[in-house]
Design a protein around this ligand. Structure first.
Ligand SMILES: C[S@@+](CC[C@H](N)C(=O)[O-])C[C@H]1O[C@@H](n2cnc3c(N)ncnc32)[C@H](O)[C@@H]1O
Length: 272
């Protein structure tokens, strides 16, 4: 899911695999897969600190993941992409399908988010279950802006979009123009900590890895009024319990959830 290169390592951990999985996530793993031979494949950041590896774990194999070229794969897209039953995403060089209920035109350039990934699809479906009319929305890690702009099409009012990747910003601007997103929206490079204290949004969107979002949980909560909604996507099904634990601790209730393959997403509401 990540747009930059990463490494993978197949570990043979000592002891229980479930515990080893938790340990690996705590150590910064971005994704894990249990292999048939009992090894654990971990996807890790390129600059991952290997000194964290417990001395009694063995390494079976390792390698590097090529950086995913979102632009190239999108340039090869010659058909409209059905993201949900209602939403179709179309590159600028492909005709809009006549029968699409809702159509978003998207350039990808170097940004993530054309609707091909499970996490974007799951978040889009959750958005369709909400009443967004007039609501203010903050899309954290907006990429191409697909989720934030979809909210606007579904009736939302003010849309704030940010991404730590500065390459996303020209893409967001282009996509706003392609989709006639006018008036009340704002996009900037950076993250949640740039917003002035006291800012509130009716809806927060965060389609990113748990290891990317969890460090900003407190800041996200501070942006949510009582009744405010939070869409989280980019989680593995096995990470659901960690989210539920956080919700229970910090006064959020589960409104809806969905899963596709290994990926899980949910909508939570702040009730206290
Ligand atoms: C999986 S992509 C999601 C893109 C798009 N919102 C979608 O749903 O398809 C995650 C995005 O989050 C951005 N990101 C990662 N960590 C972030 C952070 N701490 N603050 C803001 N953006 C972040 C990445 O640069 C990337 O564009």
């Amino acid at each position: 899911m990540e747009s930059r290169a990463a490494i993978w390592i197949d570990f043979l951990p000592s002891g229980d695999l479930e515990l080893a999985s938790n340990d690996l996530f705590e150590m910064g793993a971005m994704g894990l897969e249990e292999l048939d031979d009992g090894a654990l494949k971990a996807w890790l950041p390129l600059d991952w600190d290997r000194s964290q590896i417990p001395s009694d774990w063995m390494i079976q194999a390792e390698g590097e993941v090529e950086a995913k070229d979102w632009d190239l794969s999108w340039r090869l897209q010659q058909e409209p992409l059905q993201v949900t039953d209602r939403l179709v995403v179309v590159p600028p060089w492909v005709d809009k399908p006549a029968n699409a209920e809702i159509c978003l035109r998207m350039e990808a350039k170097q940004a993530f988010g054309t609707g091909g990934h499970e996490s974007t699809r799951l978040a889009s479906k959750l958005l369709e279950g909400l009443t967004l009319s007039g609501k203010s929305v903050f899309d954290i890690g907006a990429g191409t802006g697909i989720l934030g702009f979809y909210c606007r099409i579904l009736g939302a009012g003010h849309i704030e979009l940010c991404d730590i990747d500065p390459d996303s910003i020209p893409c967001l601007e282009e996509n706003a123009e392609l989709n006639d997103i006018e008036g009340d929206w704002n996009a900037w490079a950076g993250s949640i900590d740039k917003l002035p204290a006291g800012t509130k949004f009716d809806v927060l969107l965060a389609n990113m890895l748990r290891t990317e979002f969890f460090p900003m949980r407190e800041q996200a909560l501070a942006l949510m009024p009582i009744g405010g909604l939070l869409i989280l996507s980019g989680y593995l099904v096995k990470e659901r319990e960690l989210v539920m634990e956080w919700f229970a601790k910090d006064g959020l209730e589960l409104v809806s959830e969905g899963a596709e393959g290994d990926w899980w997403a949910c909508c939570g509401r702040r009730f206290e």
